[in-house]
Design a protein around this ligand. Sequence first.
Ligand code: FES
Ligand code: FES
Length: 163
Amino acid sequence: MAIELTVNRQKRTITADPEKPLLWALREDMKLPGTKFGCGAGLCGACTVLMDGQPIRACQTPIGSVGEAAITTIEDVASQPAGPAVLAAWGDLDVPQCGYCQAGQIMTATWMLGEFPDPSDEDAEAIMSGNICRCSTYLRVKQAIRQAADARLSVASGTEAGA
Ligand code: FES
Ligand code: FES
């Protein structure tokens, strides 16, 4: 059946089974390959996208359940309040190794800093614990989150370099 979804600020209509996981609708029907398949069981976080700003597992989300909610994928993460700072910190610190888990890591980190602008390392670690990295980039993920948080806090307080 025809299903309309709002993805990355655009209306997209696809013909698919309403039970089809959002992950595969993104990758196959919408040609958005940034969201990755890891476990397919809601355990690894590789498929994390945002639904109305909240992180969800796309592998566990039937497209028929999305309705009018706005989906944001890694391809449009810069549209989120913390997206640009997260992307900049990830690049500065060369966080990715193989890169496979990184879209999910970035989506979760972007959501987190939108909700909690100044998380402690412990809180950040706890929130990020659902995103598994087989290359063990956890230390650099933690450092990048701190850098992105500090950059945003500096901007908010008007103390960024050159301000
Ligand atoms: S692929 Fe969705 S949580 Fe692992
Ligand atoms: S960078 Fe390789 S799985 Fe995380």
